[in-house]
Design a protein. Structure first.
Length: 407
């Protein structure tokens, strides 16, 4: 109770402070609002709205149930989620945040996934879409199409690794809510998949016109929420910058980054990316004198974190179901650090660049060149090693809990 009251008080104080700042810097607030609205209208609306409508229609036609039954033998042993999660994974990777959160809540509302399975699903299927990653970031911001492959491998590969890690999230809280018919579990069957699609379509019962109308209305409502949050966080970031608050954060972050083995010039892009992914990814390409490898790692971190704007979008969507936000928060931070570390690790093999890291030696000021694992900054090596150990321990604990002979 005390914690809730304290949280409410802090939220009220922050809201009042931001209101005062917006009134004190009206021009900066207006320009930031226009910039955020342009991002929503020019980038987010045309890229997300069609996917929202199509996903609603596909859900009504039972295609999700078809893919769910078809992919069930693959998704359950790998990620510990029903096969319908394969549809969310494909659509999430193809259309970007926050599509997977919307689809996961729909599956939860239809009792196709349990609460824990829905939280696992949202945690690792929320990602950037390929169009934004390749077109906007690699080509538009960095002006380097070759960067797209390294960014995509680090970003989507990191998502799949987070999915493998999330399969051990609350292993004792699995709540099957859709009873399977005897003999159907774990089987790959096109006939059963078509039967599941037909039954789902009959159960839905809406005509094509009604289905399309409701899909458009629902998608427009969600796009309005997405646009409002993008504009809001764009204004917040701008007024905090104008007031000098962000400069203090930048100064502190500049002292922290060298301790992690990263250039201090990345402080502003990383801090900006904590608030809004588009502005942060654009800023990551700007610092001069920073090796491209580190700027790309910063972009990978920002794309995987998603920004508080995306977090607010996902939280608002999850609020419509009983899915919790905290697992998503932990997964986003882990994915951000993991994808940045993966990019540094694969940079030389993919980009054919100079050695990733060089440190001075006490002998005549020469430099010792390090490759591969040793080329990673210490913080990233520690994180990757810790994740590998946790995965192994989680797997062993789950195996011991189930027993070698238990099915």
């Amino acid at each position: 109770m005390v914690f809730k009251r304290l949280t409410t008080l802090l939220t009220l104080v922050a809201a009042l402070l931001l209101t005062v700042l917006m009134a004190y810097y009206p021009e900066a607030s207006w320009q930031a609002g226009v910039r955020g609205l342009a991002i929503w209208w020019d980038v987010l609306f045309p890229s997300l709205f069609p996917f929202f409508v199509i996903s609603e229609v596909m859900l009504g036609f039972g295609i999700v149930h078809f893919l769910g039954k078809l992919l069930d033998p693959l998704m359950k042993p790998v990620f510990r989620i029903p096969g319908s999660g394969g549809f969310v994974l494909a659509m999430g990777f193809a259309s970007g945040y926050p599509v997977s959160a919307k689809l996961a809540t729909q599956l939860r509302e239809q009792r196709l996934v349990s609460r824990v399975e829905g939280e696992r699903l949202v945690s690792f299927t929320t990602s950037s879409d390929p169009i934004f990653l390749i077109g906007a970031v690699s080509v538009g911001f960095f002006g380097n199409p070759k960067l797209a492959g390294a960014l995509a491998l680090a970003h989507y590969g990191g998502s799949l690794l987070i999915g493998l890690a999330m399969r051990f999230y609350r292993p004792d809280r699995h709540e099957p809510e859709v009873p399977e018919k005897e003999g159907e579990s774990g089987r790959f069957s096109l006939k059963l998949a078509l039967q599941a699609m037909h039954e789902a379509r009959l159960q839905d019962g809406r005509s094509l016109g009604e289905l399309l109308r409701q899909a458009v209305v629902s998608s427009l409502q969600l796009m309005t929420v997405v646009g409002g949050l993008v504009v809001f966080f764009s204004v917040i970031l701008e007024v905090l910058t104008a007031s000098g608050f962000m400069s203090s954060l930048y100064a502190g972050f500049r002292h922290l980054l060298p301790l992690l083995g990263l250039p201090s010039q990345l402080a502003e892009p990383l801090m900006g990316g904590l608030f809004e992914v588009t502005l942060g990814a654009k800023a990551a390409a700007a610092p001069e004198g920073v090796p491209l490898m580190f700027k790309a790692a910063a972009a990978a971190f920002i794309l995987s974190w998603g920004g508080l704007s995306v977090h607010a979008q996902v939280a608002s969507i999850l609020n419509g179901a009983d899915l919790r936000y905290f697992p998503f928060l932990v997964a986003r931070f882990s994915h951000a650090v993991l994808s940045a570390g993966l990019l540094l690790l694969i940079w030389n093999p993919l980009m054919g660049a100079a050695p990733a890291w060089a440190i001075p030696t006490p002998v005549f000021g020469r430099k010792e060149v390090l490759y591969g694992w040793e080329a990673l900054p210490g913080a990233f090596r520690f994180f990757l090693a810790a994740m590998a150990i946790l995965l192994i321990l989680s797997f062993l604990s789950g195996f011991i809990r189930r027993g070698p002979h238990r099915k």
